[in-house]
Design a protein around this ligand. Sequence first.
Ligand code: M6R
Length: 610
Amino acid sequence: MCGIVGYTGTRPVQNILVEGLSRLEYRGYDSAGVAIEQDGALQVIHRKGKVGSLAHTLGHFDFSGTCGIGHTRWATHGRPSEANAHPHVSCDGRIAVVHNGIIENFAELREELEAAGHAFSSETDTEVIPHLIEEACREGADLFQAVREAAERLIGAYAIAAVSAEEPGVLVAARKDSPLVVGLADDGSYVASDIIAVLDATREVVVLSDGDVAKLSPDAREFYNARGERFQPEVAHVDWDVDVAEKGGYPDFMLKEIHEQPRVIRDTLAGRLVNGALAIDELDLSVEELNLIDRVYVIACGTSYHAGLIAKNLVEGWARIPCECEVASEFRYRNPIITPTTLVVAVSQSGETADTLAAIRDARVKGARVFGITNVVGSPVARESDGVIYTKANKEIAVASTKSFLGQVVSLTLLALLLAQVKGKLKMNQVRLLFRELADTADQVERILLECGPAVDAAAQACKDAASALFVGRGMGAAIACEGALKLKEISYLHAEAYPAGEMKHGPIALIDEGFPVIAVATKSPVYDKVVSNLQEAKARGAMVVAVATEGDEEIGRHADHVVFIPKVRDAFSAVTASVPLQLFARAIALERGCDVDQPRNLAKSVTVE
Ligand code: M6R
């Protein structure tokens, strides 16, 4: 949700900012801007739209300045416009700030600053920050001190980078509840919302913690904690490849990431079976404590919530523990029954989602053990949970989650197996058998990717002009259908709803007329016959049925206009395989409709606002 990049050093900053912002564009892309120190002043350039538009404008300049900040925005306060684009500046234009997060008390601060004579030029919450810094500088503070004083006045979440024309080469960065890293290179220091923006320049990074402030200049770096004490930061070495930020020959990141899924499954499972038993040491709970767990909540948003729906089936089915899956934004505002024997599992690809974080905090206050499942090492979800499983999806750039979803489903499946193992509901040999079958899904997904393209494309052609579509399934299939519908609507803007197939007759069936697309998860499962009956009901009313079905199913062709066959797997693992053709289906329709599959409108990769 907004990307920040900054640099101070010996290299001209203009291209560093543009390249960094391009890598961060997944975080927001409605406007972009930079502030570059040049000849004793700040050159501030904003553009509405994507980073490409800013890059085009900057192409007419060629600033030689070696210190600057940049931003790519996802609008929260104030519509996407040039005026609302960051960086925002002080009254005299000599202080510039970029910000990611939300300043909850901005209205009071703005009123106070306007009363003191500050003139505002945007509708954003961010703009109070350069004015607060300016106010502190008027009292004699330097940029570092002024940022600290300003930060103390802010309520909410922020990652900030600030520069001042009065202090050439100085860049100050601060964070609370929004991510920010400092990249350490021989030519200078980099600041970014995500490591990916600095990987070309360095692999040594400092991940700032809440309350930290960094003062950077071409030849010095100072780090201070929330109490104002200077500290020696821990430097992390990043060993993953910069390739994750490249398309690697694929036309878009979404397709690349869909094709990475077999690897994600293998990596997520690697090292989990130790001496014939499942091991998730990061859980940090003893066998005795695990055994006491008598209720599980999975809390998450969006696609991660759908992974939770799959988990509910598995935890209850295998471990026989009551398990609720709940949207984090609802969970946090009600009064769920939580005791010390409740396990709350928070699922978040980005590890930054505001609603999920708030729910984690609330659950911990109420006494639950909280376990995080996330893709981002050191993210707030990882740090604020009692234990964490990393999904090993590696950086996901496309805004629509695909490989992270599969990583989450596999991780949650492991967790369900572990609970069943500890509770003695599954014997060790059963756990081993299930683990092996789960591991086999990597090969099965590989085959799906190789073979199902033509069937998916034919189904997409048939559905691309529809105004709406219904996704249905039962049992696991109902949860898979939810994810299929979300994928389709978020990247193709084709309205889609998911319903348990048995619910169709209670209302949604009224939607069906000649040619209305009904997309069914109709893999072989204990409820296969029920799904087929529901498809017959839809077909009888003229629906155009697309079915994801199991290889060898000779019956399904009689009830569906298009069938995408996938390899046979145990029903418990059907989400891993059946989700893949639905991802490809959504992408194919989005491309047919001329949509940008990597950066759908109005969305951003991490949602750090409530
Ligand atoms: O980072 P998180 O997993 O917490 O994000 C949750 C949702 O915002 C996310 O899954 C969203 O629904 C994606 N656009 C799905 O493709």
